[in-house]
Design a protein around this ligand. Structure first.
Ligand code: NAD
Ligand code: ZN
Length: 415
């Protein structure tokens, strides 16, 4: 079958699908597609959702996507979803504005072509893009304790590729900025190979796309950083997808009490599905929520995980852990001018404050195993997916998040 791709023609393979199962089909398709692609090395015109101005609806228009350069990969995005970090930078309230820009960083796709020097990814591989990368060579990548790669760690202010300091996206010659090195709100995007995790070709991309950021972040914040012991008490601040993934981690770790804290009372019903046993709304109390939690738990929780991005919640999350052993983990992305203030005596009394990016998972090394946790039914991903929209309705995903409705909205690029 011939398929038109802008002004280019490419082949795609057609199976006699009656003879094959869906899984076989997906697997064979991913192997066969590569040799038939004719777009390699060419500019691809395709649709992308452009943010021209802060807080204004995205506009879907044709962009030109340049071929990948050295150590870069061009991928065809199949599904993407919206994470709060996209929303913050799109609103640009308290963040550096950089427009026009193509947002999006939580996604799944298929490799279309690879640049010079890329040896571990091939055309047709199924991949998850990640906002922070793993070069494999720096001190951080070589350390067992860190995922803060020197070369590819998250950079929210950069709108260009590292290789030449230029964008791979343009509209009539005007460059469009990248976001987090991923820009997944585009049918095709160019990403550094160190920011792509190769995953099982059997994993359903319309589900595992949410493991590319939010869910792995929350899960890892609990399992890799807070590390609650079996039977312990865990507080989770913010019951969006990231916080509920942190609660999921607490449930997997065997926590006996999981206390959910959110300003939005609608979150509680949903949170019960994730093992949250108690709910506290700071608005219902006329004293700091850390005092309420300390009273509920005979002095404080064993672990707390903050997933709101709100500075007051960060301080409460730290101050509500028990002295002697309590550990608080910050996950939310704060306003760039926010300052964390607490009394040093609260730290001195043997409380620990930690922070994490991407749940301390090394993207390329560890993410495939998070996908396998889903494939082996240890991790439930479906319960995070509350909405689905076609790419043409991408602004609806923003509306749902602004209204605090649902958890994750999957945006399907092919509808
Ligand atoms: P979300 O908007 O779906 O959920 C955030 C929740 O926090 C909401 O339910 C909101 O009502 C609640 N909230 C806000 N202020 C609060 C307060 N003061 N007290 C209690 N609850 C409050 O967002 P999400 O997609 O789940 O992301 C959560 C945070 O994690 C965001 O800040 C996002 O930018 C950040 N994030 C960080 C990383 C990382 O690697 N560190 C990765 C992904 C996302
Ligand atoms: Zn590195």
């Amino acid at each position: 079958m011939y398929k038109r791709l802008g002004s280019l023609v490419s082949y795609s393979y057609v199976h006699n699908s009656k003879l094959l199962t869906q899984k076989h089909f997906r697997f064979i398709h991913s192997e066969i597609e590569p040799t038939m692609s004719t777009t390699s090395g060419l500019v691809i015109p395709c649709k992308a959702a452009i943010a021209w101005e802060a807080g204004k609806p995205l506009v879907i228009e044709q962009v030109e996507v340049a071929p990948p350069q050295a150590m870069e990969v061009r991928i065809k995005i199949k599904y993407t979803s919206l994470c709060h970090t996209d929303l913050y930078f799109w609103e640009a309230k308290g963040q550096n504005p950089l427009f026009p820009r193509i947002f999006g960083h939580e996604a799944a796709g298929v490799v279309e072509s690879v640049g010079e020097g890329v040896s571990d990814l091939q055309v047709g591989d199924h991949v998850l893009p990640v906002f922070t990368g793993e070069c494999g060579d720096c001190r951080h990548c070589k350390s067992e304790e860190s995922n803060m790669c020197d070369l590819l760690r998250i950079n929210t202010d950069r709108g260009v590729m590292l290789n030449d300091g230029k964008s791979r996206f343009s509209i009539s010659g005007t460059p469009i900025n990248h976001f987090l090195g991923t820009s997944t709100f585009s049918e095709y995007t160019v990403i550094h190979s160190g920011c792509l995790a190769k995953i099982s070709p059997l994993a359903p991309l319309d589900k595992v796309c949410i493991l590319s950021c939010g869910i792995s972040t929350g899960l890892g914040a609990t399992l890799n950083v807070a590390k609650p012991k079996k039977g312990s008490t865990v507080a989770v601040f913010g019951l969006g997808a990231v916080g509920l993934a942190a609660a999921e981690g607490a449930r997997i770790a065997g926590a006996s009490r999981i206390i959910g804290i959110d300003l939005n009372p609608k979150r509680y019903e949903e949170a019960k599905k994730f093992g949250v046993t108690e709910f506290v709304n700071p608005k219902d109390h006329d004293r700091p929520v850390q005092e309420v939690i300390a009273e509920m738990t005979n002095g404080g929780v064993d672990r707390s995980i903050e997933c709101t991005g709100n500075i007051n919640a960060m301080i409460s999350a730290f101050e509500c852990v028990h002295d002697g052993w309590g550990v608080a983990v910050l996950v939310g992305v704060p306003n760039k001018d926010a300052v964390f203030m607490t009394k040093p005596i609260i730290v001195l009394n043997e409380r620990t404050l930690k922070g994490t990016f991407f749940g301390n998972y090394k993207p390329r090394t560890d993410l495939p195993s998070v996908v396998d946790m889903y494939m082996n039914k240890k991790l439930e991903v479906e319960k995070f997916i509350t909405h689905r929209v076609p790419f043409s309705d991408i602004n609806k995903a923003f509306e749902y998040m602004l209204k605090g409705e649902g958890l994750r909205c999957i945006i399907s690029m092919e509808e």
